[in-house]
Design a protein around this ligand. Structure first.
Ligand code: FPP
Ligand code: MG
Length: 457
């Protein structure tokens, strides 16, 4: 049984406990049987494991969003005020906890979090790199000393040179060193801030997405465009990206800046791939119907870009902030896990769009078809019902197309096959966790691979 001191445990009956410590070793039939019989084990509830941290993240995040325009602040905060699943921050923090201590740079990263002036303490992450009166000029929410529009602006003296801090030496016995998790568990301030940044980017993408999709509802309440209009929603999304970028720069890690910046580009690329009118000759996307293998390639590529990239690169960035270096396996594990979990998550999302309605999703069912999108269930149904082809090609635009497509999916194995595909990705995510040392955080990451496939939200 795994060690865990929390109160909420969940029971899993799943052959994950049959797994060998060595990912390549096959268990004998007898051993597998014996293990399956003893698989009722207790696992930590991922959300309970990190509940205080997630609550802290949610409450302090709003402090990052003050602006000179109260209405901009109000919209930027709008989606944070309704409880979110916080799935992306959860994955970031679980990976941080599951790997902190094992990376070769861990000692330096921890040092930066504990030594004043080394720029890794919580208060220091709130401090701008640029003089505050320059960074926040003309922002009434911030102390403003410039008054630059009331009088002639004069030159200010530069700040004194900061003290140069010398980090501890990197362990030289890198090859013999046994990677060991830090005990008791410890999350670095940079990793906590990364979790907030990842959520800000996610929310920014939702603000834009609800404009593109013309969604009247999000999580059962009026969407931002419905409540504030399209223009302010787009601007609020941009504002969030600006604040997220400033916070990102203060983490002091260029590799992480690069990773997260590429996620923002990926989100846009994913959205473009799924749009109706796309000019992308290299993908054959000039109004031509997407058929067969090509349709699947585009669908899965879009799924990665739109959903899995943030999970994959967010998890990888968390591990980099914990001191994982090139040549070590840890950040590769995080990336492979996030990529597979994210794809599984979106495949299930696409199934839910067929199975659920407003009561469960907070938006009407069949929304994807109405947007002209052929997701997993429709693509599989097409293999069984040729009539689906023309509907996909004309993006369900004619009267009755949406209803007919839903019926074809119902009369096919499209939903089950999409679920199988999601399960295959979730299993892959679970498998790569074998490379991590045993811990409650790793167990919680395993639980997440079960949850994404079984979820009904
Ligand atoms: C929700 O998808 C949307 C996304 C996961 C990403 C949307 C990305 C953009 C609009 C590009 C712009 C990005 C940024 C960072 C400004 P969905 O419509 O399938 O899900 P839903 O049902 O929750 O709306
Ligand atoms: Mg949408």
């Amino acid at each position: 049984m795994r060690r865990w001191s929390g109160t909420a445990r969940i029971h899993l009956l799943h052959p994950i406990t049959t797994r060998s410590r060595c990912p390549h070793r096959q268990l004998s039939a007898f051993a597998q049987h014996k293990n399956i019989l003893s698989t009722v084990s207790t696992y930590p509830d991922p959300y309970k494991l990190l509940e205080p941290q997630l609550t802290h993240l949610r409450t302090t995040l709003l402090d990052l969003l003050g602006s000179s325009h109260p209405s901009l602040t109000e919209i930027a905060k709008y989606y944070f005020l309704h409880p979110s699943k916080q799935l992306r921050p959860l994955i970031v923090l679980l990976f941080a906890q599951a790997t902190n201590g094992v990376g070769r740079e861990w000692v330096r990263k921890r040092w930066a979090a504990e030594v004043e002036g080394a720029k890794g303490m919580t208060e220091e992450l709130d401090q701008p790199l640029t003089r505050p009166d320059v960074l926040n000029d003309w922002n009434p929410n911030m102390p403003d000393h410039t008054a630059s529009f009331e009088s002639v602006f004069s030159l200010r003296p530069s700040r004194p040179l900061p003290e140069i801090m010398v980090p501890p030496a990197r362990p030289t016995d890198a090859h013999e060193r046994q990677p060991t998790l830090i005990s008791p568990t410890l999350l670095l301030p940079t990793q906590m801030r990364l979790a907030q940044i990842v959520e800000m980017i996610h929310v920014a993408s939702l603000l834009h997405d609800d404009v593109i999709d013309k969604s009247p509802l999000r999580r059962g309440v009026a969407s931002a465009p419905a409540a504030f209009g399209n223009k302010l929603s787009v601007l609020a999304g941009d504002f969030l990206l600006g604040r997220a970028s400033a916070a990102l720069s203060r983490l002091g890690d260029n590799e992480v800046v690069e990773l997260i910046a590429s996620v923002i580009a990926n989100l846009v690329e994913g959205e473009i791939l799924q749009m109706k009118e796309v000019y992308a000759p290299e993908l054959g996307l000039i109004g031509a119907p997407r058929v067969g293998k090509e349709a699947w390639n585009i669908y899965l590529k879009k799924t990665y870009l739109k959903t899995a990239s943030l999970m994959a690169k967010g998890a990888r960035a968390a591990v980099v902030l914990g001191g994982s270096m090139e040549g070590e396996i840890w950040k590769e594990v995080a990336y492979a896990y996030g990529r597979n979990l994210g794809i599984a998550f979106q495949l299930i999302d696409d199934i839910l769009d067929y199975e659920s309605g407003e009561a469960t999703l907070g938006k009407p069912g069949g929304a994807d078809l109405r947007l002209g999108l052929a997701t997993g269930p429709a693509l599989y149904a097409w293999e069984e019902h040729a009539e689906m082809g023309p509907l996909i090609a004309r993006k369900f635009e004619q009267e009755g197309d949406v209803e007919l497509a839903r019926d074809l999916v119902r009369r096919s194995s499209g939903v089950e096959r999409t679920r199988d595909l999601a399960r295959a990705h979730a299993d892959k995510a679970k498998e790569v966790l074998d490379f991590l040392p045993d811990s409650d955080a790793r167990s919680a990451l395993e639980v997440m691979t079960e949850r994404v496939v079984k979820r009904t939200w």
